[in-house]
Design a protein around this ligand. Structure first.
Ligand code: SF4
Ligand code: SF4
Length: 397
């Protein structure tokens, strides 16, 4: 029987509300439950999580906020096999069972192989992961089998050709990556369509970065529609694509939820004039964003020097953007942010030993070591944040 997805916004479990923005394990359950309640009240029902999100706490949070509080047939639950973090075939059964227990369910609606790439694909083939999951699907342990995908379109073509049993694809699609040569969202999208696979979109707002675009680009959007939020353009871009089943949205804050609800409750596809504005916005953003990091934080645990890679990249991009923005120049705030990360025990950008463990993990294939080198030479460490903090303390005396 065809599944009725209803309103097409999914609640993403990668970015739940937290009490401490630098500690993903500090999930703010009270706020998250309120988010879930409002989301459900408005008729949405798709929850996406994964074994590894929020330091392996996202699934338990979904159990507490959703599964324990709503009838099982009133929502869809989707989670993912952490194949990258697994070391042997026996882990398939063990982790699958653990996930059912953690989520307090006896079946999932959707189950994905997390972050399928050349490395993880080789493991899947060697361990019989596709056979294992086909069997689980046949046993009714989940309804549909998906893959979440961050590799090249050519590789997706290979995976979907060799494994037609895959029911759907979760892919990173947004207007800034649509023709970005390192992501190639459009090519990925075209292959999904060609194979007839429904798409679950992740990173529609590119980790929130498409809500904070240069003033020049904001002005274009606001001049056209003063009431629409900047983020809403990003969600409408992906929601307008035929074949997109659900668009995932992180809801770390209540205001994001309300804005996203307003977009998807009565969804309006983009018109020609809006597409033209987005084309112009892409050009402006590309000219203003030196590092296209999505802040997924996959790289952080791999770093032996505890370098806060995505935070430094965000900071760097913010500093670059501030140079061209009319927003209050909060360089000192940035310096505080950097200094507080160092005080928490993170290595500075200059601590990088170029082991490239982070680069092997980065789904965006970013040249992290090169960026860190550039940050050291060009900007960040020239702020000498600890000195900045000292001078701010004295200024406040
Ligand atoms: S290359 Fe640098 S940033 Fe990356 S994991 Fe190694 S030390 Fe950390
Ligand atoms: S550098 Fe790559 S892995 Fe690290 S947070 Fe950014 S996009 Fe994710």
């Amino acid at each position: 029987m065809a599944i009725d997805f209803g309103k097409r916004m999914g609640l993403g479990g990668l970015r739940l509300p937290v009490l401490d923005p630098h500690n993903p394990m500090s999930i703010d359950m009270d706020t998250f439950k309120k988010v879930v309640d409002i989301y459900m009240e408005h008729g949405f029902k798709y929850f996406d999580t994964a074994y590894i999100y929020h330091g392996e706490l996202s699934e338990s949070a979904m159990a507490e906020a959703v599964v324990d509080r709503y009838p099982r047939d009133s929502f869809f639950l989707s989670t993912k096999m952490p194949i990258k973090q697994m070391s042997k075939a026996e882990d398939l059964e063990r982790i699958f069972d653990e996930q059912l227990k953690k989520c307090h369910v006896d079946y999932f609606d959707f189950y994905l192989i997390h972050c399928i790439s050349k490395d993880t694909y080789a493991k899947c083939e060697e361990w019989g992961a596709f056979e294992f999951l086909k069997q689980k699907r046949a046993e009714g342990k989940f309804r549909e089998f998906g893959v979440s995908f961050h590799d090249s379109p050519e590789f997706l073509e290979k995976v979907l050709t060799e494994h037609p049993e895959i029911d759907f694809v979760m892919a990173q699609i947004n207007y800034i990556d649509w023709v970005n040569p390192s992501i190639r969202s459009k090519d990925v999208y075209d292959i999904c369509v060609k194979h007839g696979k429904p798409i679950v979109v992740m990173e529609a707002c590119k980790g929130g970065t498409l809500a904070e675009i240069p003033d020049e680009a904001k002005k274009l959007m606001k001049d056209y529609n003063a009431d629409a939020s900047i983020a809403s353009w990003a969600y409408r871009f992906v929601g307008s694509l035929p074949g997109v089943r659900v668009v995932l949205a992180g809801m770390p804050k209540m205001e994001f939820l309300m804005d996203n609800i307003s977009v998807f409750e009565d969804f309006k596809p983009l018109n020609d004039a809006e597409y033209q504005i987005i084309d112009q916005v892409v050009q402006i953003i590309n000219a203003n964003t030196p590092i296209p990091c999505t802040v997924c934080r996959y790289c952080e645990p791999a770093c032996p020097k505890k370098i806060a890679i995505p935070d430094y990249f965000t900071l760097y991009n913010d500093l670059k953007r501030l140079e061209k923005s009319s927003a209050p120049n909060d360089v000192m705030t940035q310096a505080f942010f950097y200094g507080s990360l160092i005080e928490q025990g993170h290595g500075p950008a200059s601590a990088c030993i170029e082991c490239r463990k982070c680069e092997k993990i980065c789904p965006q294939s970013l040249p992290i070591t090169r960026y860190l080198r550039e940050m050291v030479v060009e900007e960040i460490e020239h702020y000498d944040p600890l000195k900045q903090i000292e001078s701010m303390k004295h200024a406040g005396e």
